[in-house]
Design a protein around this ligand. Sequence first.
Ligand SMILES: C[S@@+](CC[C@H](N)C(=O)[O-])C[C@H]1O[C@@H](n2cnc3c(N)ncnc32)[C@H](O)[C@@H]1O
Length: 253
Amino acid sequence: MNTKVPKLTVVGAGPGDVDLITLKAIKAIELADVILYDALINKALLDYASNDAELIFVGKRKGCYAYQQDQINELIVSRAKSHGHVVRLKGGDPFIFGRGAEEIDYAQQFGLETYVVPGISSAIAVPAYQGIPLTKRGASESFWVITGTTKAHKLSNDVALAAKSTATVVILMGMGKLSEIVKVFSKENKQDTAIAIIQNGTTEYEKFGVGTISNIEKIVAEKQLSSPAIIVIGDVVKERVVLNSIYKEFATA
Ligand SMILES: C[S@@+](CC[C@H](N)C(=O)[O-])C[C@H]1O[C@@H](n2cnc3c(N)ncnc32)[C@H](O)[C@@H]1O
């Protein structure tokens, strides 16, 4: 019988580069009895788990979900009751389009102790690795982070609101809606606004395309860019700084 206190720690695994994780996240992984992990996490992080920990993949593989969200919620509660400490390891930050709060809400209904370890979101880190600052004096005073695809599989109405502003616009889960996004910005006469798309950012599979609203679809087709990707729109894209390869300089031994 399990004598451990049933608990859930929702942990941000960072954007992909294995070193972009917090020390607290690593401690949580080390102390986990069960780890439920998503597709976008770097699997090398699972090496920090104890040999006795049970590792369960609950993400999307080849477009299909291994588990639906309600099954994940139930798994969290049942494994916490049978094994003790469940770590829910999620890409980026668990509270940025990560459903972390929903899982915590559910676990609390069953009396689990609940904790969160914030992560470095892809929304910020992926543009940064390409030298794109989301704010810069004289170029941008704020940024919006928006989902391209809502629960109803529609483009978020917030994209149209953001297109009216002077802010940097960062869109996640937006590749399937790129032509709609282009239309929204064109309607605001922003055909010449700079746009960058970064696929698999901060990983060895990173791909990058840059252009303007008017030619980005052509660039995406030429470079065969697809999900998972971050779309960054605004003058900061032109302020991009060219960086040395961080992989060579700080590679994990
Ligand atoms: C369900 S959201 C999760 C976001 C995550 N919670 C975060 O804070 O980064 C998944 C989307 O994040 C973006 N994403 C996550 N990791 C990425 C990466 N390494 N490169 C590019 N986009 C990424 C993509 O837009 C992807 O479709």
